[in-house]
Design a binder for this molecule. Structure first.
Ligand SMILES: *Cc1c(COP(=O)(O)O)cnc(C)c1O
Length: 389
């Protein structure tokens, strides 16, 4: 693979586009189209229409008074991405990218998925726009997530199990990239997080920034001032970068990304190029991306978005870890005290926010990005709690 480094798409030393020439050509076309349409008034109007009428935005910024009382300090507000259609933030990006795909004349969408959440969001977006949909998924993952495979099929997608390599997410990404290079004239690769070669991280941030665009307006209405902190869980980093975006230039707002202590990419990783871009990553002794295991499937990725890597290096954001056990407790606490069952991913952010709130004054506030709802995790938690007894 020849290293073809473009200057665009760098966040300090991170990001970039380290891919072969064929793929570079395809990504250049994507970049040109993204730049051309993102500020186009008709594109914006159509995107706003679907955000409102299909996803159900804007979603509320809910004051969580009971966990605030329990934590005993700053007011905790929840940005309710869990209330979006399909139950998480991923649909924001899927709808944004599919509208771009439509403008580019694509009628076939491909995507990768690990646990299946991005595959379901993509299949959903394809259903409403009548697009042909192919989802690549590691063979091992299709066996472990049989119900999500069925969901995608119900939504009209074709799920292709990838048996090569270890049959995991990375192998699914490779298969999707090969498909893209072969079929780019009519095919659009809808990537699921703020990772990958340029322009994907920039594009995914653009479509997820709606989270902080709304939350900033909402907190100013409710509190009359900015929050002291914004807290989000970090897998690849898309919900976090969306929740941070409109606060990055507000130095009084602390930005905190929460990683599972079982996959501490930013907290313990070192800079390296993986999957076509440079970021902090966990490597094994041989320099290969290290397999991770988090109870939250969506946080299980050995790399992280390049902008988070940059925000860490410059000190603008802070990254901390929370264990699976602490997340499991927060999952139960939020359910019991607020009547909201959070995704296990989001439970990591809730756990840290409750600790942080206790160290702050009652006149301060914290926004927690509740990236998704926990219905998908109830059976897993049931089994974990049963075996713990
Ligand atoms: C996929 C997912 C995540 C992690 O992905 P990011 O790109 O880091 O946001 C977090 N929460 C939920 C509910 C998810 O489905």
């Amino acid at each position: 693979m020849s290293m073809n480094k473009v200057e665009k798409g760098f966040y300090g030393e991170f990001g970039g586009c380290f891919v072969n020439e064929d793929l570079q050509h395809v990504l250049n076309i994507l970049d040109e189209n993204f730049e051309r349409y993102k500020d186009d008034p008709e594109f914006i109007e159509e995107l706003r229409f679907y955000l409102r009428e299909y996803i159900g935005r804007e979603n509320p910024l809910t004051y969580a008074k009971n966990i605030t009382a329990k934590a005993g300090g700053a007011k905790i507000y929840l940005k309710r991405e869990d209330l979006n259609h399909t139950g998480a933030h991923k649909i924001n990006n899927a709808i944004g990218q599919i509208l771009l795909a439509k403008r580019m004349g694509a009628h076939r969408i491909i995507a990768e998925t690990g646990a299946g959440q991005h595959g379901v969001a993509t299949a959903t977006a394809c259903a409403i726009f009548g697009m042909d949909c192919t989802i690549y998924m590691g063979k091992l993952d299709t066996e472990r997530q049989a119900l999500n495979v069925f969901r995608m099929e119900l939504l009209g997608a074709k799920v292709v199990p990838v048996a090569s390599g270890q049959g995991r997410l990375k192998d699914a990404v490779d298969a999707a990239l090969n498909d893209l290079v072969e079929n780019y004239k009519d095919t659009f690769y809808l990537l699921g997080s703020a990772v990958g070669p340029h322009p994907f991280p920039t594009m995914v941030k653009h479509f997820q920034a709606i989270i902080s665009e709304e939350s900033k307006r909402q907190i100013l209405e409710k509190e009359g001032k900015l929050p002291s902190a914004v807290v989000s869980c970090v897998g690849g980093g898309s919900n976090a970068i969306g929740a941070f975006a409109h606060y990055i230039d507000e130095p009084s707002v602390q930005l905190i990304g929460v990683e599972p202590s079982e996959a501490p990419t930013l907290t313990e990783g070192s800079p390296a190029v993986i999957h076509g871009f440079k970021c902090y990553t966990l490597l094994d002794e041989e320099g290969n991306p290290k397999p991770t295991y988090s109870i939250a499937a969506g946080l299980d990725y050995p790399g992280v978005g390049p902008e988070h890597s940059y925000l860490k290096k410059t000190g603008r954001s802070e990254y901390v870890t929370v264990s699976g056990q602490e997340a499991l407790e927060a999952f139960q606490t939020l359910s019991k005290l607020e009547g909201i069952i959070p995704a296990l991913e989001s439970s990591h952010a809730v756990a840290y926010a409750m600790k942080l709130a206790g160290t702050m004054g009652k006149d301060e506030s914290i926004i927690v990005n509740l990236s998704g709802r926990g219905d998908k995790d109830v059976e897993q938690v049931f089994n974990m709690l049963k075996s713990a007894r």
